[in-house]
Write a protein that binds this ligand. Structure first.
Ligand SMILES: Cc1cc2nc3c(=O)[nH]c(=O)nc-3n(C[C@H](O)[C@H](O)[C@H](O)COP(=O)(O)OP(=O)(O)OC[C@H]3O[C@@H](n4cnc5c(N)ncnc54)[C@H](O)[C@@H]3O)c2cc1C
Length: 475
């Protein structure tokens, strides 16, 4: 029997697992997909929001401000890309100024530091590519960007190093309360747990409703994006937002930590919780709204598009804590934006509740740091040569767009919670994330993955289950 079973290996499940790994306890993370970071945590804007959006007093506001404040130090410990680039909410009209002032006031109430209104002249200096009509903005210097994959993977690796177990391709299908906890029926057999953290993203309402009479309902709210090539990654420096509406923060234009440009998302409520496909009308909407504040967006440089699903809960707040009529069952539910920014605080908060519930003691010397896969591209010539001398595989470039070597791919496979799929390699190294979107490197990546894992080439997949590449041999 485990002390805690965490359901879901997204950014919140992994944050909980990492924080619990600093305590003397037994933890299992179960995930229906083949790797960590396969749900919403892999498809978002990567913004570390300053914290002025959420209603004062809400869990969203509290977790956002606390999480953002911790993010830089956490990323430094986990060797995860983070950049304090600031954000701007832009108004093209004087009527919008009142809304900006309301956001400013709300931000102050939430405890956001350094927030201020900037006027046209300063706006231009900060962002020369803004449209002529942009007349004022709310500037949040504490906003930042982070790599969502590496953040999630980093936290999961630290958890593993401290003894947390992960079980992939394991879907929880039923949860039954028993005298000393819960029995989970999964696709890999039964698991017993004293307590459960329900971090199942858009599916968290279903799991909650199995154990509680107070029903929850999550609506998957889709957001679609364009990702642009690195050539145009510096078209803006800050994250550029429109004035928020009821549906969310609107279409933004932002750089990514790896130097691309991101344009999106829209917001469309649906019913399909697995529907992360992009659509013609969704991308068209993004296109139409994208030029509202940023001029001459270089949309010819689009290299891919993608979509993510926000877990929108009816009460419009994060639901965090023990369920009243299900002792030992803890919800981490309704974690839509700013869930990524909030994840460090959510992990700490839930781990503290579990610590009290189970009477857990702190571990004496837990591991709190990890080193990411070597980034050859960021090294100087002498450092690169030293790596190639140690292992010539670091001298063979596999992904030409992102300049990723065979040695880096091998590292991604042979590390705690190492990659077993092509997407796993992509998210740990960036091989296949560049302009050609794996057009050139995929066959070589498959060869390395088969060689290093011993998995036959025909059984290798993009992201688990039926997503295999090789269907048979030609003559
Ligand atoms: C378009 C969009 C833009 C966003 N932009 C930002 C942003 O810029 N900044 C920000 O702070 N936040 C942003 N967010 C929000 C943020 O991405 C999410 O809040 C966060 O990723 C949620 O993480 P999670 O771990 O709760 O969920 P997920 O990442 O979805 O993880 C849940 C996991 O549970 C697993 N699971 C589900 N059911 C089961 C089951 N029965 N058994 C086993 N496993 C199961 C899933 O496979 C999944 O891996 C954005 C979200 C979207 C959709």
């Amino acid at each position: 029997m485990y002390d805690v079973v965490v359901i879901g290996a997204g950014v919140t499940g992994c944050a909980c697992a990492m924080e619990l790994s600093f305590l003397n306890t037994t933890v299992l993370v179960v995930e229906k997909e083949a790797d960590v970071c396969c749900g919403t945590s892999k498809a978002n804007s990567g913004i570390v929001h300053a914290g002025y959006d959420a209603r004062p007093g809400s869990m969203k506001a509290k977790m956002n401000v606390e999480g953002s404040a911790e993010m830089e130090a956490l990323c430094a410990r986990l060797d995860v890309p983070y950049k304090a680039n600031g954000s701007l909410v832009i108004s093209n009209t004087e009527e919008g100024r009142a809304k900006l002032l309301r956001l400013l006031e709300q931000g102050k109430q939430n405890g956001v530091k350094e927030l201020r209104i900037v006027e046209k002249e300063e706006l231009r200096k900060l962002e020369p590519h803004l449209v002529e009509e942009a007349c004022c903005g709310l500037y949040a210097p504490t906003a930042a960007i982070v790599c969502p994959f590496e953040l999630t993977i980093g936290m999961a690796e630290v958890a593993t190093l401290n003894g947390v177990e992960f079980q992939f391709e394991t879907k929880v299908e039923a949860i039954k309360p028993v005298e000393d906890g819960y029995v989970l029926t999964t696709t890999s057999g039964e698991v017993r747990a004293k307590t459960i953290i329900n971090a199942a993203g858009v599916y968290a309402d279903e799991l909650h409703n199995w154990v509680s009479k107070k029903k929850r309902r999550i609506t998957p709210r889709k957001g679609e994006y364009y990702l642009l090539d690195k050539e145009v990654g510096n078209h803006v420096a800050c994250t550029i937002f429109s004035l928020p509406t009821k549906a969310g923060k609107g279409v933004l234009v932002a750089p990514t930590t790896h130097g691309n440009l991101l344009v999106g998302p829209n917001a469309e409520d649906g019913t399909d919780k697995s529907g992360t496909n992009t659509s013609r009308h969704g991308l068209q909407e993004v296109l139409e709204k994208s030029g509202r504040h940023v001029a001459n967006l270089p949309m010819r440089q689009v290299i891919t598009s993608f979509a993510g699903l926000r877990a929108h809960e009816e009460e419009d707040d994060f639901v965090l804590g023990e369920v009243e009529d299900a002792p030992g069952f803890f919800d981490c539910l309704g974690i839509e934006s700013p869930g990524l920014s909030s994840a460090p605080a959510i992990g700490k908060y839930l781990a503290s509740l579990l610590k009290n519930k189970l009477g857990l003691a702190k571990k004496e010397h837990p591991i709190r740091q990890r080193k990411a896969v070597t980034r050859m591209k960021d090294l100087d010539l002498a450092q690169r040569n030293a790596w190639v001398e140690k292992n010539p595989a670091y001298g063979t470039i596999v992904c030409r767009c992102e300049e990723i070597s065979e040695g880096e791919i091998m590292e991604a496979i042979h590390r705690p919670l190492g990659a077993t799929t092509v997407d796993g390699i992509k998210r740990r190294t960036r091989a296949g994330m560049g302009r050609c979107q794996a057009g050139f490197c995929l066959p070589k990546t498959l060869e390395i993955l088969a060689r290093e894992t011993g998995i036959p080439m025909e059984q290798l997949t993009k992201n688990g289950r039926t997503s295999s590449y090789i269907k048979g041999k030609t003559k």
